[in-house]
Write a protein that binds this ligand. Structure first.
Ligand SMILES: C[S@@+](CC[C@H](N)C(=O)[O-])C[C@H]1O[C@@H](n2cnc3c(N)ncnc32)[C@H](O)[C@@H]1O
Length: 475
């Protein structure tokens, strides 16, 4: 028996007492039982969950405990003792270092199953809802598992006089220069290089916090399915050289729009600052999803995988079962994406969105598509929805696609009060979805949850949950 196997046996013999039996640097063999929300493998020692990056359910790893925290422990794999059939070679040479992707070592079809299981696990963990009491569909796959991201917003670095874009190493603030990111559209990789070489020639310098020199912090590129691109330079302070480069940039056939954004707060994790200036070319790029065209500006929200966004909006449209008579509310509407997608089949659609630029774009998008039954309101959804209900507004279908933090108490209270018959909850975070469903179950039943793979090579999973008002709830 090896030393690690003996350790494992010894551990198992001891009574369950949380961390008392385990300390940092302990090594033993751990069987991986399931996948964590970030794609890690989880094994159990007694009832203590141990998270191991890069381990896959079904595998056995010789691990070393790296951290003990609350009711959880973290370990690193020293050796994979037996590998899962789902294990594969990651395609990307930066995979071990870069923090962008987390499950590129797992077969795609298997990962789709794990994503569904992550949703079930979140429901089991955060709710009293029985996940078998309704349908949880198979994860809708992405047609493109690489080359799908329509936006890159990367740090800019200079090494030995050569500019490059850089990713942030996982669980650190170390920058890893990358020549090519495989999940980004090829066009974005090509344009990153072309733009960087123009910047280098013009002696534009990346901002260095330590010395407070240079200007350029991030290079942002958004590209459409038709390969039209918008370039935005995010700078610590204005750099007059950038304006002079506009014609050179616009001479690259795919680049149609150039912006600068000033973000002087180098302690903030936000990419964009408040000041955005159009430097040249078109003011926006246009993306088409289904029959609807959307103007995209540098700072407005737009789903990062256009191909999957279309599939997701199709799911919402199908579930809404509209018959041209309904008043639909799209809360957290971004540039009006879901509202406009549903407008042709509704009597009226109303979108609520916090971001002023997005609301402006939503109104322009309605005009661009000749949609006259859409109205957009700027404000906090959790303030506006209760107000609209107090004013006597009635909706037949409510759609909400909030940020990762979920719906929030006030918004949930408003839905419960609204007694809207059909609620379609689009979520990018199974944990907050589950916590919100636990509260919504007071008046609503879950008909189905459809997981969807918006971000292949990551453990992120998007879901569309269809909820209907319980018949016993009185209006
Ligand atoms: C996940 S995005 C969804 C956007 C849109 N449904 C789409 O698919 O493109 C969430 C949106 O909610 C907006 N938002 C965040 N907090 C908000 C709030 N409290 N009230 C209204 N909108 C908010 C963000 O600006 C963002 O556009």
């Amino acid at each position: 028996m090896s030393k690690q196997e003996k350790n494992k046996k010894d551990f198992e013999k001891k009574p369950s007492n949380g961390f008392k039996n385990i300390k940092e640097n302990d090594q033993f063999i751990l069987d991986i039982k399931r996948m964590g929300i970030n794609g890690e493998g989880i094994g159990f020692y007694n009832r203590l969950a141990i998270f191991v990056d890069g381990a896959i359910p079904g595998e056995g790893h010789n691990i070393e405990i790296t951290k003990l925290e609350g009711k959880m422990a973290y370990g690193k794999s020293i050796e994979c003792k037996h590998a899962s059939n789902a294990r594969k070679m990651p395609e990307c040479p930066y995979y071990a270092e870069c923090g962008g992707c987390s499950v590129m070592h797992i077969d795609y079809q298997e990962m789709l199953k794990y994503k569904r299981e992550i949703v079930i696990e979140a429901l089991s963990r955060y709710t009293t809802i029985n996940p078998k009491s309704f349908e949880i569909k198979n994860t809708i796959p992405s047609d493109y598992t690489l080359g799908y991201r329509n936006k890159s917003q990367l740090n800019v670095k200079k090494n030995d006089g050569k500019m490059s874009v850089a990713m942030i190493k996982a669980k650190s603030n170390i920058l890893v220069p990358v020549d090519k990111c495989l999940v980004q559209k090829d066009l974005i990789n090509t344009l990153n290089k072309k733009v960087l070489s123009i910047l280098e020639e013009a002696k534009v310098e990346p901002y260095i916090r330590k010395t407070n020199t240079g200007s350029l912090r991030y290079l942002v590129i958004r590209a459409t399915k038709e390969n039209k691109a918008l370039v935005c330079f995010v700078c610590q302070q204005k750099d007059a050289k950038l304006k002079e480069l506009v014609n050179k940039l616009l001479a690259i056939p795919e680049i149609v729009s150039v912006y600068e954004n000033i973000n002087s707060n180098d302690k903030s994790l936000e990419i964009f600052g408040k000041e955005t200036n159009h430097l040249g070319g078109e003011e926006y790029v246009i993306e088409t999803l289904g029959k609807i065209k959307y103007k995209i500006y540098p700072t407005t929200f737009f789903q990062l995988n256009s191909y999957q966004a279309e599939k997701m909006y199709d799911v919402v449209l199908k579930q809404a079962k509209l018959s041209f008579k309904e008043r639909v509310l799209d809360a957290y509407c971004g540039v009006g994406t879901i509202a406009l997608y549903l407008a042709h089949n509704s009597k009226e659609v109303i979108g609520i969105e916090y971001n002023k630029e997005s609301i402006k774009a939503a109104e322009e998008n309605a005009k661009l598509n000749k949609i006259s039954n859409a109205k957009f309101l700027q404000g906090d959804a959790s303030e506006l929805l209760p107000k609209m209900l107090r004013d006597g507004e009635v909706f037949d279908v409510l759609v909400a696609d909030p940020p990762r933090t979920g719906l929030g108490e006030k918004f949930i209270s408003a839905i419960l009060e609204s007694k809207v018959k059909k609620f379609i909850y689009v979520s990018c975070n199974p944990a907050t979805l589950a916590k919100d469903l636990e509260k919504l179950k007071e008046c609503y039943s879950i008909n189905s949850i459809t997981p969807l793979d918006m971000f292949p090579q990551t453990a992120l999973v998007e879901t569309v949950a269809l909820l209907t008002l319980n018949p016993s709830v009185k209006k």
